[in-house]
Design a protein around this ligand. Sequence first.
Ligand code: ZN
Length: 293
Amino acid sequence: MPLVDFKHVLTYARERKLGVAAFNPVDYNSTQAIIDIADELDAPVICQTSAKTVRYYGAASIYSWMQQLCKKTSVPVSLHLDHGKDLDMIESCIKSGWTNVMIDASDLPFEQNLARSKQVYEMAAAHNVSIEAEIGEIHGVEEDIVVESGGSVVDPDKAEIFCKEMDLGVFAPAIGTAHGIYHGEPKIAWDVLEQLSERINTPFALHGGTGLEDDVIQRCISLGCSKVNISTQLKHAFISGFYEHHRENPDDYEPLSHLKAQDQAMREVVRYKMEQFGAAGHGQAILKAMNTQ
Ligand SMILES: [Zn+2]
């Protein structure tokens, strides 16, 4: 089935307090693992590409995998650009068939961030593509973006203005989570997330989902974080699945047996997260809801 704009999916999820998993595939096999498990679990899913991945393969190649893999599926699959900063790349993804893009102008002062995000919002809306935008800075390293610890937590007043100015597909507020692996206990600003949840209906994106305990993620989902990003954990499965196979079978130089082990490691992570986040079993219902709108 064709790719689906995540706006409909996340609105459905927010209303029912479900979390939709968003994974960052890095090649054809990881994309296939994500989509296969989504189909098996009747779960909506977001495949989000980092800017680095888009630069590595080119937008056209990635889009062609997605199209091919989605021919067999019967669940809503979205193709999203994660942490888009370069307007040319954002435009290229929109024109190549991405259903969603993120504009990350969170390093700019609020007014400039709003202006840049609105510019992308309008560009995307002309192609029926909805967007994700962020305010406050999320700690850690994502791509080549480094935010030292001490990155800011979102101001709920500003967040409300931001979400009123644009009909975002999803809003990414910095609430104290971090990209990558946590060093020490993550300090989620629960009071801020609770305020956002009461004041804003737009679904929220939870960045830095790797390393958060299941109950922390569940609480975030119940407070409106309908999109849960898992990037680092899939990368770890990708590398260690391959590496561990070779460590255990040092004489094996058959690439396909390594790829199989890597694939299994990734599928395990994808399945676990989808089952945890609660949207598994809702794929068909979402499509039905979209068709009756
Ligand atoms: Zn992120």
